[in-house]
Design a binder for this molecule. Structure first.
Ligand SMILES: NC(=O)c1ccc[n+]([C@@H]2O[C@H](COP(=O)([O-])OP(=O)(O)OC[C@H]3O[C@@H](n4cnc5c(N)ncnc54)[C@H](OP(=O)(O)O)[C@@H]3O)[C@@H](O)[C@H]2O)c1
Length: 240
């Protein structure tokens, strides 16, 4: 996937705005999700933005006038089916860790909540779903993390969106508030590697967010329902 030229991007954005589309974001309170929300609002691409999450975010000010929040219980998501109605595009940046939620909790969030949300979004009219997965996702992996991410990808694809975009970033570079010592150490190391080999092992969350939006404003390839973006493609498309 090649980087977009500024004038090309500008004209794609103008055409996209004319369509008056709406979107829903799952995981907007997370590191990637909050970058995604900020970028969406900065570019004013959607007539309505809905955040679906388990807690209310403090979003005050004129910037947020077309943003609404829906609080849901992900264990009883069918009860909140109405919250998923009426969105053209769905972004999913949900996820937890085994350390935080235990193995079962991780599977529940990263696969089951993701699949259920995608299903409800499709039923509510969503035609393009963008899923944040991970580098190495593989439903036949012997590693729980990669296997569950691969299973989530397969289940979201099976929902049958007109267009399904799967992002597979490597280690996310961001200033994470939450303490994750292993990831913190990895980020320090990858931060150094990133200096010499920027696209190899990591990607800043801002670049992931920009790449998601840049992809969404581009028309999909004729006849291709599913597209998978590996880390290098995310870097290329997510350039400022
Ligand atoms: N960390 C990495 O280096 C890395 C690398 C590649 C891919 N990824 C994947 O990229 C995605 C986004 O990662 P991130 O680091 O940006 O996310 P993050 O900061 O951990 O945020 C995750 C989001 O999921 C929500 N969430 C977590 N547990 C939940 C639960 N039990 N019920 C409802 N919502 C829940 C969080 O809501 P709350 O704010 O309410 O907790 C938050 O909005 C994840 O799927 C992750 O696996 C991560």
């Amino acid at each position: 996937m090649a980087a977009l030229k500024p004038e090309e991007l500008k004209s794609l954005e103008e055409r996209f705005r004319e369509k008056n589309q709406t979107c829903v974001i799952l995981g907007a309170s997370g590191e990637t999700g909050k970058e995604l929300l900020a970028e969406i609002l900065r570019r004013q691409l959607f007539s309505k933005v809905t955040l679906i999450g388990r807690r209310k975010l403090n979003l005050e000010g004129p910037l947020y006038t077309n943003v609404s929040q829906e609080l849901v219980n992900f264990e009883k998501l069918d009860e909140s089916a109405a919250a998923f109605q009426g969105h053209d595009i769905g972004f999913c940046c949900l996820g937890t860790t085994k350390a935080k939620a235990g193995a079962d909790g991780f599977v529940r969030v990263d696969r089951d909540y993701v699949e259920h949300s995608a299903t409800l979004a499709k039923a509510g009219g969503c035609h393009h779903f963008v899923l944040q997965s991970t580098k190495g996702a593989d439903s036949s992996s012997r590693f729980l993390y990669l296997r569950v991410k691969g299973e989530a990808e397969a289940r979201v694809q099976a929902v049958g969106f007109d267009r399904c975009s799967i992002f597979r970033p490597a280690v996310l570079l961001c200033d994470r508030q939450e303490s994750r010592p292993g990831e913190w150490m990895a980020r320090k190391v990858f931060g150094v590697v990133a200096h010499f080999f920027p696209t190899a092992l990591s990607v800043p969350t801002e670049a992931v967010a920009r790449a998601m939006i840049n992809l969404v404003v581009m028309p999909g390839e004729e006849g291709q329902k599913v597209e998978v973006l590996e880390n290098a493609a995310i870097h290329a498309l997510g350039q400022a």
